[in-house]
Design a protein around this ligand. Structure first.
Ligand code: IFM
Length: 458
């Protein structure tokens, strides 16, 4: 069977500043919350840090050449706020801007569309010291930072993403405390959620007012299709709460100007005083929704699971990669649900991919057939959703190259390009990169079996 995408479908690959750049203290960059967090022993597997990462700060030219070699039409990267505004606000570090000027110009020279994200989690530490996202002022600092970048780059860049996965920022950073800045406080998480949304809305308005050309602006959410582990009323309710916690807590304010009643009710999130007044800003129209998806969530009630009594389980008979369940159908279901429940004009899959144990073979090839299978099946799910009328306009694989996978450090590899950290940071195109190059060239593929689980039941 042949899968062909509509003409103009945008193919790309994604990365994020802290995960690939390195150069953590070079040319005037100040520390971000991830520099601080990763340097605290025990926070990151093997105590890895992003100090060097994939050294993209120095290898950007070689990396753009690799993108060109792959025939990549678009590249999603993120700006590092502490490189551009080391004090969080105020005076601009021209060397920080220079780095992204060089990168953007090189991309354009290679005919690659820059698709930047303003914020992919590396808040300047100085702003965390002033209260971080739980402080309302951070939304205003973010707006100034967004305006600055749009004023500077919008002569060359027309597609912009404000925030990446605000759920992770507020819930993993301020509630569960397993990501930077490592705080566990539900009131702080509620305030962070609200100020991220406010910052997004303010930034969209400011960006449009300073832009040098009409912009396409969106926000990227990590969304998972949520299912109940059984038909029991407890499990069904747990799944509904989990869906509110992960998905609707951001979708509902953005599209309908309200928080889900489960969030303010049963889950007990107390938002800042007069928060309702901000919904007119938060609902400022966007041009597209960015969707990051890797897995679905199967949820059951668990009286012992703190703090919300829901627990995600690994369903029997499913296939797993190193981190998550392999569930292309979950992406299809999610896209259909977005079309049904929200007035989305356009969707970009801004991240999708998998981490598997890659190794370099004797002939220097990385044979990652499981990743090819994963990508083929998920991309097919996207295609099916498009056939059913979901307005998906593009797909970005996560990730262009192996990188610092947050609290798992370098133990996880999501790249379609292998980074040999031990061997002068050498880059090797994995088999999946070659497969993706062909997919881009043909705007689709012929469905094939690349990998069969040895333990799969017949
Ligand atoms: O590496 C992350 C990325 O930074 C945000 N989305 C999920 C990816 C894989 O965990």
């Amino acid at each position: 069977m042949e899968i062909r995408f509509p003409e103009g479908f945008l193919w790309g690959a994604a990365t994020a500043s802290y995960q690939i750049e390195g150069g953590w203290n070079e040319d005037g960059r100040s520390p971000s919350i991830w520099d601080t967090f990763s340097k605290i022993p025990g926070n990151i597997r093997h105590n890895d840090t992003g100090d060097v990462a994939a050294d993209h700060y120095h290898r950007w030219k070689e990396d753009v050449a690799l993108m060109k070699n792959l025939g990549l039409p678009a590249y999603r990267f993120s700006f590092a706020w502490p490189r551009i505004l080391p004090s969080g606000s105020g005076s601009v570090n021209s060397k920080g801007l220079d780095f992204y000027d060089r990168l953007v110009d090189e991309l354009l020279k290679a005919d690659i569309l820059p698709f930047p994200t303003l914020y992919h989690w590396d808040l300047p530490q100085v702003l965390e010291d002033r209260g971080g996202w739980p402080n309302r002022q951070t939304a205003h600092y973010f707006t100034d930072y967004a305006s600055l970048l749009v004023e500077h780059f919008s002569d060359r860049v027309s597609n912009w993403i404000t925030l990446n996965e605000p759920f992770v920022v507020s819930m993993l950073g301020y509630l569960e405390g397993i990501f930077a800045p490592g705080i566990s406080d539900q009131t702080a998480a509620a305030a962070a959620t609200h100020h991220l949304l406010l910052g997004h809305g303010l930034a969209v308005q400011a960006m449009r007012s300073v832009a040098r050309q009409p912009l396409q602006i969106g926000i990227t959410l990590n969304l998972n299709f949520t299912e109940s582990a059984s038909k029991s009323p407890e499990d069904l309710e747990a799944a509904r709460l989990r869906d509110a916690y992960v998905n609707r807590i951001f979708l509902d304010p953005l599209f309908y100007g309200k928080y889900p009643e489960e969030i303010t009710g049963k889950l007990g999130f107390n938002f800042p005083v007069d928060y309702q007044k901000d919904f007119t800003t938060i609902t400022t129209p966007i041009d597209f929704l960015g969707v990051n998806n890797y897995f679905r969530e199967v949820v059951r009630y668990d009286a012992d699971a703190a703090p919300f009594h829901f627990q995600t389980i690994q369903p029997e008979g499913s296939t797993y990669s190193e981190m998550w369940e392999f569930s292309p159908h979950g992406l299809y279901d999610l896209l259909m649900r977005l079309k049904r429940d929200y007035p989305v004009k356009a969707i970009y899959i801004t991240e999708n991919g998998t981490s598997i144990t890659d190794g370099i073979d004797a002939d220097s090839r990385v044979r990652d057939s499981r990743r090819i299978q994963y990508l083929q099946d998920y991309i097919t799910a996207v295609h099916q959703a498009i056939q059913k009328g979901v307005p998906v306009k593009g797909y970005f694989v996560w990730s262009l190259m192996d990188n610092f996978e947050w609290n798992r450090g370098y133990s996880r590899r999501f790249g379609i390009i292998y980074v040999d950290y031990e061997n002068s940071q050498q880059r090797i195109l994995k088999d999946s990169a070659r497969w993706y190059r062909e997919t881009i060239r043909q705007n689709g593929f012929k469905l094939k079996t690349y990998y069969t689980e040895p333990f799969a039941e017949a």
